[in-house]
Ligand binder design. Sequence first.
Ligand code: ADP
Ligand code: MG
Length: 595
Amino acid sequence: MSIIKLDQNTINHIAAGEVIDRPSSIVKELVENSIDANATNISVEIKDGGISLIRITDNGDGIEEGDIKLAFERHSTSKIKDTVDLASISSLGFRGEALSSIAAVCQVELITKTKDAMTGYRYRIEGDEEKAFEEIGAPDGTTFIVRNIFFNTPARRKFLKTASTESGYISEIIEKIALSHPEISFTFINNGKTRIYTPGNCNLKDTIYSIYGKEITDNLVEVNYKDENIEISGFAGKAIISKGNRSNENYFINGRYIKSEIISKAIEEGYKFILMQHKYPFTVINFNIDNKYIDVNVHPSKMELRFCNAPEIYPVIVETVKDALTEKENIIDAKIDDEKQVEKKIDRKPEPFETKRNKVEVKEEIKPEKVSNKPKVNYENIKPKKDEEVHEQMTYDFLSEEARPKHKIIGQVFETYWIVEYEDEMFIIDQHAAHEKVNFERLMKRFENNDISSQTLTQPIILNLSMKDANIVEQYLDNFNEIGFVIEPFQGTDFAVRAVPSELYTLDSEDVLMDIIDSFTAEIGSMVPNIITEKIMSMSCKAAIKGNTKISFAEADALIDELLSCENPYNCPHGRPTIIKMSKEELEKKFKRIV
Ligand code: ADP
Ligand code: MG
């Protein structure tokens, strides 16, 4: 067989296969181009999963008339000039391959105008064939309309999935890119319906809220760290919003959405102490790493990059994540404090990038108006004092197996709190929060092991529901059943509860079941199914613990035993603390025995 040199058209087709494999890769490339063009507003509209139409509009720099055709040629880019530039890339694109690849396999229309030009231009190119080039009135910025992906390569079109699956991929890409650029407002419209809108107000929490909703946003802790090699910022989700897969692990390097096994592993390692096996966290974390450590030139579509200082930054990521979570998940220190001092602490806002060691405490739990009420108790989080060791001692002493026999259960106050003396400290355990936590973890473990058991009620409970509540119950019936409820439609809008989860034997009255249903709010509709199940689980555990109950010493002993064996004994599933502590020294100071 003789050797021939391939013609440009064939070369472009082969190259296009590397960059463009489905509609979502077109969206990714074009949105990244808009970001590189300094857009502050980017809208993506698709039809039929992007297979028949993708329209991307930005208010960025636009393309000059003389550059338009060139932009569609292979390896033509305005972003780098030579290998020197390649070593310090700050733009998302640099290969100059996307437009030529898209034009090789789609019908493309471009409308663009720069700020300085009098008019805009319209250019049409289909399967590398130029169709039109003309002046046109247009706003500043660029619009790409991409029609009929793989119209000239039907074999590749067959590999596409259904429109709804393809639009799911697109939605996911836009979510990740929007999270990595809170300074840009993104809109995503699928078949005429707006699916994503982010405000572009530079506030990452607002961006998270607009994508994931209230439940997730309410359960975040801030992550902040900075040294000479790396700057880490963003949010880490509390254990309650973890998931059974990694799809909510969002992280970015220098504004670039990437996949990295090392970063993923480091984040999960940092979470190990609060997450159960096969649970993955919610995170939105930005890593700023000096470009000299990074090689983005890995593969056009794999979203991977290499960084040469991975061994050094791995432990930093682990510790930063752990630190952020520790502050919120820990036992709470009940310090009786000066009122003014408390308020001063609350007023203090965190600086954008404070170093880990100087990190400022964010007092989210305490609202200033509550603090001014008497008694003046400052429920301050235990923080690592000078080093990690002190903190480890404080939390795991008390909780270790060796420590357990030395616990002295003093008694119960207000039919709610159990006081336990251990060495030089007094621990106060909220019986209800503890019960809730123990039940929740028990139920969760059974759920994860597919080992849910139900207790049949001798007499079914009939729930007389309003139309609205009946709709809710019907809609989430599967989630209820998954954790051991047996609920069936009865008559009209009534439902019969025939069994309840075995752990929650106290759930045998209409009252407590109604509590669960009442706590359903509109926001639950925006949650993903497994969060809904978890939410029902946590609500059930809360409902199961009603009223002040007197329990015996032996029962308290057993409860404490079980609490301390929980994966995270410090908080109830709703984030309230289960244990607080006060040191002997603190008491002695109060009684002025010592100064
Ligand atoms: P790359 O992004 O790697 O440079 P592309 O093929 O994606 O390559 O784009 C080629 C060039 O077209 C870019 O370098 C840029 O100059 C120009 N371009 C593409 N999209 C836009 C846009 N939305 N706004 C302004 N310029 C754009
Ligand atoms: Mg590009």
